[in-house]
Design a protein around this ligand. Structure first.
Ligand code: TMP
Length: 209
């Protein structure tokens, strides 16, 4: 049986990742493919418990190193128990956030380098990498407006960080797309929902054959 494909959606807060992950999953299912839709941090009961630990409470609750290790621990569970088995069964896995979120968010403080974050990923998840990654790109004001409407003023421990933090996260994502254009594609998320979905499906070129 063919190995499945692993697709991830990334981007800042309020860029429409979850909506688009669902829409891409639906489009692939219509084409007769078996699809697993999942998210990070989370995806398994234990990883969802780690999500709760990470996203609630005060900013100073975790050091940046602990935070990075907890994301990697949740990911290790998710990869071992859900993502790798699905890929081995030949399924397509669509994941709302993955390793590039750790690279973009946990590197902002400067305490952890990109290669250290990737080292943790090697230890936790044997360096599982997506076949294709989409970064949903939205002007800062639009993303802030959408995130505020979604969270109704109650953003989580990381989403609530200040605008310079989120600007740095987005700059990291854009740099990843420039550095690795084969895997990582930047998608204009200011288009209509339907146009973004069409753009994503079109950018699965080379994987669907
Ligand atoms: P979300 O599922 O609503 O996008 O929220 C997850 C939050 O966690 C979001 O603020 C991004 C953050 N995050 C990281 O900082 N590092 C990671 O590796 C992942 C997966 C998420």
């Amino acid at each position: 049986m063919n190995q499945g494909r692993f697709i991830t959606l990334e981007g800042g807060e309020g860029t429409g990742k979850s909506t688009q992950a669902r829409a891409v999953a639906n489009a692939l299912e219509k084409d007769g493919l078996k699809v697993l839709l999942t998210r990070e941090p989370g995806g398994t009961p234990a990883a969802e418990t780690i999500r709760e630990l990470l996203l609630t409470g005060a900013e100073e609750k975790w050091t940046i190193r602990t935070e990075a290790l907890l994301f990697a621990a949740a990911r290790a569970e998710h990869c071992a128990k859900l993502i790798r088995p699905a890929l081995a069964r030949g399924e397509w896995v669509i994941c709302d956030r993955f390793i590039d979120s750790s690279r973009a968010y946990q590197s902002v403080s400067g305490q952890l380098s990109d290669s250290e974050i990737l080292d943790i990923h090697r230890i936790g998840s044997e360096y599982l990498m997506p076949d294709r990654t989409f970064i949903l790109d939205l002007p800062e004001e639009d993303a802030l407006r959408r995130a505020a409407a979604r969270d109704r003023g109650e953003s989580d421990r990381i989403g609530g960080r200040d605008s310079s933090y989120h600007r740095a996260v987005m700059a990291n994502f854009r740099k990843f797309a420039v550095d690795d254009p084969d895997r990582i594609r930047l998608i204009d998320a200011s288009q209509s929902v339907e146009a973004v979905t069409a753009d994503l499906v079109q950018n699965l070129d080379g994987l669907t054959a």
